[in-house]
Ligand binder design. Structure first.
Ligand SMILES: Cc1cc2nc3c(=O)[nH]c(=O)nc-3n(C[C@H](O)[C@H](O)[C@H](O)COP(=O)(O)O)c2cc1C
Length: 755
């Protein structure tokens, strides 16, 4: 119903005109007169589904709305308005026996009015919580505060929930705070302290809430006294529920859910996986709540939207370990905890969390993942004999529980992760965005989908929650990027502007193709400014900027997807070009590795070009060879050294007392004389001088090339082994000038590695 229009004042000075949400359409929302103030600046219409009223919750007869106004303040502005005659919230809440001693309390939501991409299959969803009973009872996970009352009632209905001894928080967000308070509140005051098992980020979040004066959690704590304890979960932590039932915990932090962990019940083989293996699909009326007949597509969709952008940080939970005596960090639920050890751990965890988030490159992630998978117990069908570390049922936070398809779903997850990592390894595009009301966020998901469809990996970064150095880090590794920005107050929000600054400064961003998109209300400067800044910075856009008024329609989202695909193609083309260039570079560097500077320097030694003629001492058969490694060695007696290759020289020449004639060539006639010798080393035979103008030296009896510049008759007097050459020391017996005017032929070389 698009009926009554209501006005809510925002303390930032804007007035939002709200249309009613579908799920509260029967109510009339009347702004409390006390809180209503006149608009001080401007009014603007927000359409029904663009509102952040998706965050609204009914608590008693109060409607609580969270607004985010990025233009003026990054803080959430919380308004409370009275709801006249609020109807009962109809909650479809179901109990399901999962295994002996394990029950699920599942809240079924058949409506699909949430417009986030993850719900786009419009199949509804569920929120699942679990009770596990040994000697003591543990509640695993909490629903959001919207259904807190109904949930707490259901807990008291459950036959074996006279009281809880443990609450396990596989995940925790502000929306669960009031539920936690309500659950604590409902515990009999005579019960022993409830232990709350959680990872460090949750511990911090709860501690912060406890400090908040008047927060429901603080109130519950005050009522409940100091009898709840926070138990810090680390790798290897476990908890004994009694009756041979042990819960093993393992943190599974990923950027999207930094506080995440999984819990394994050794007795039933139930793995409580929180967001992993979740899906958004509500139970059909006759459904058992399990996975029979559930299509793999629903898990695939959830994975695509929620996990694939961070696949480099995703790995399946490690193998559940046997109960260990892990050191539990026990902390009284005190509003002012000041445990120095906890502080230190918190700091350390912050550092390692950051490292975890973005510093890991895809290759390392693959290795890590493979290692994890190798450790993971092979799931078996529940009917088979099995030991206590088998996973027999997957108990996710959303959607059906998985019994029939455990093995298949695990295998599929592995395959999806691997596929994603392969894409990341090759090239990925960074999707950097901010979205106050979710519209630009939906566009970001659609662009990301297009990129993935186009065959490249995606890493998403909501810059509202990240630092400039995280932007730089991701851009250093990416092959392209997209920037998504709304328009708030005629600008892009500050986090986007800062992210752009980081991109423009980053040298490795140069040459990366980009795209800009975003939602706006009436003027849309945000997208224009971002686009212009990047173009001015010398970047090239892969697609025209996309501006969508308020909520994107399905054709807008198609356009986003198609643009993502365009960018993917551009990235792949560039990758191909880069591959070719890299190959060329590799060849070049191979060449320069062979011709290293030292070798080039040796090549700079220049000597005269000569042809050496000799005669076998026994047979008298003549030989000749080109020789340039000749150098004067002494004045008295006049001597030269000649370096001769061991493998490729006339044999007789290598002996002491061998005689030869060194014909020093003239530069004018070098080629004619050396040509027959090129690539041959030396020639032997009675006909080798055919067609040449030769004489015979009286002293050596060897040939004189009359076209040379001069000649010298030599006798070998000594030789030295120099590796692949002999260096012959020769005395000069006689010699003469053949051409007075000839210049000496010099042998210039580019490398000392060859003649
Ligand atoms: C405080 C505030 C200021 C806004 N200023 C502008 C503006 O100057 N120009 C405009 O075109 N839209 C403006 N809008 C509308 C938003 O751009 C629009 O709601 C958009 O859908 C928000 O995108 P998001 O859902 O990704 O945050 C403003 C909205 C708010 C709440």
């Amino acid at each position: 119903m698009q009926g009554a229009v209501h006005s809510l004042p925002l303390s930032i000075g804007y007035q939002c005109t709200l249309l009613q949400q579908r799920h509260v359409k029967k109510q009339s929302i009347v702004a409390s007169k006390k809180t209503a103030t006149k608009s001080r600046n401007q009014s603007f219409p927000l359409r029904n589904d663009t509102l952040s009223m998706k965050n609204s919750v009914l608590a008693g007869n109060r409607l609580r709305c969270n607004f985010v106004a990025r233009a003026c303040s990054s803080r959430r502005q919380i308004q409370t308005v009275d709801v006249a005659s609020a109807p009962e919230v109809a909650v479809d809440l179901r109990f399901t026996q999962v295994a002996d001693g394990v029950a699920a309390i599942r809240i079924i939501d058949h409506s699909t009015n949430n417009f986030e991409e993850q719900y786009s299959q419009r199949l509804g969803s569920t929120v699942n919580c679990y009770l596990v009973k040994g000697e003591q009872t543990a509640l695993i996970d909490l629903p959001s505060e919207a259904v807190a009352d109904a949930f707490v009632k259901s807990l008291s209905v459950a036959t074996w929930t006279e009281g809880l001894q443990h609450i396990v928080l596989n995940d925790f967000g502000p929306k669960q705070a009031a539920t936690l308070a309500a659950v604590l509140d409902a515990q009999p005051v005579t019960n022993p302290p409830v232990e709350i098992w959680c990872t460090n980020p949750t511990l911090q979040a709860i501690t912060k809430l406890l400090k908040q004066e008047g927060s429901p959690l603080q109130k519950a704590w005050k009522r409940f006294g100091l009898r709840a304890r926070l138990m810090l979960v680390k790798k290897g932590t476990s908890m004994d529920l009694g009756n041979e039932r042990v819960l093993n915990f393992f943190p599974t932090s990923v950027p999207r859910w930094p506080s995440g962990m999984c819990t394994y019940d050794s007795e039933s083989g139930a793995l409580f996986t929180c967001n992993f293996f979740s899906s958004h699909v509500a139970d059909a009326p006759e459904s058992s709540g399990f996975d029979a007949d559930v299509d793999m597509d629903v898990w695939r969709h959830y994975f695509n939207v929620n996990l694939s952008p961070v696949a480099s940080q995703v790995s399946l939970p490690p193998v559940p370990e046997r109960p260990s005596t892990a050191a539990h960090h026990i902390q009284n639920l005190s509003p002012t905890p000041a445990d120095p050890e906890a502080m230190k751990m918190r700091q350390n965890s912050k550092v390692s969390e950051k490292l975890n988030l973005w510093a890991e490159n895809a290759k390392r992630a693959i290795l890590k993942m493979n290692k994890t998978l190798a450790m993971y117990p092979q799931p078996v069908k529940p009917t088979l004999e099995t030991n206590s570390t088998d996973v027999r049922v997957l108990c996710p936070k959303h959607g059906p529980m998985v019994k029939e398809q455990v093995a298949e779903l695990l295998a599929q997850y592995n395959a999806w992760i691997k596929a994603e990592l392969t894409k990341l390894d090759e090239s990925f595009v960074a999707v950097i965005y901010a979205s106050a009301y979710g519209n630009t966020g939906i566009m970001a998901q659609a662009v990301a989908q297009g990129l993935r469809d186009g065959g490249v990996g995606v890493e998403m970064l909501n810059c509202e929650f990240s630092t400039a150095s995280e932007v730089t880090e991701i851009i250093e590794r990416s092959s392209g990027f997209v920037v998504g920005t709304p328009t708030l107050g005629g600008h892009m929000p500050t986090p986007v502007s800062e992210a752009l600054g980081a991109i423009l400064k980053e040298p490795s961003a140069k040459g990366q193709p980009f795209g800009v998109f975003g939602s706006y209300g009436w003027s849309g400067e945000g997208v224009q400014l971002a686009d212009q800044r990047l173009r001015d910075g010398g970047f090239t856009a892969a697609f025209d900027r996309i501006s969508v008024k308020f909520t994107p329609t399905s054709s807008d989202l198609d356009h986003c997807k198609a643009s993502g695909e365009e960018l993917a193609k551009e990235v792949q083309d560039l990758a191909k070009i880069r591959k070719i260039e890299t190959k060329k570079k590799a060849v070049k560097s191979q060449v320069s590795a062979v011709v290293d500077p030292k070798t080039v320097a040796i090549g700079r030694i220049t000597t005269a070009m000569s042809v050496l003629t000799t005669k076998d001492a026994n047979s008298g058969v003549p030989s000749m060879m080109a020789a340039s490694w000749v150098s004067q060695a002494s004045f008295t007696p006049p001597g030269v050294t000649v370096a001769l290759p061991k493998e490729n020289s006339p044999e007789g020449l290598l002996l002491l007392n061998a005689k030869f004639t060194l014909n020093v060539l003239s530069k004018e006639r070098t080629l004619g004389l050396t040509k027959p010798l090129l690539n041959k080393g030396f020639k032997t035979g009675n006909d080798i001088f055919e067609g040449m103008n030769v004489g015979e030296s009286e002293s050596s009896g060897c040939a004189i090339l009359n076209d040379a510049a001069s000649y010298l008759d030599c006798t070998v007097v000594d030789r030295m082994d120099c590796g692949d050459h002999w260096v012959m020391l020769c005395h000069i017996d006689s010699g003469d000038i053949l051409d007075e005017s000839a210049g000496t032929s010099f042998h210039y070389r580019t490398s000392g590695a060859e003649y």
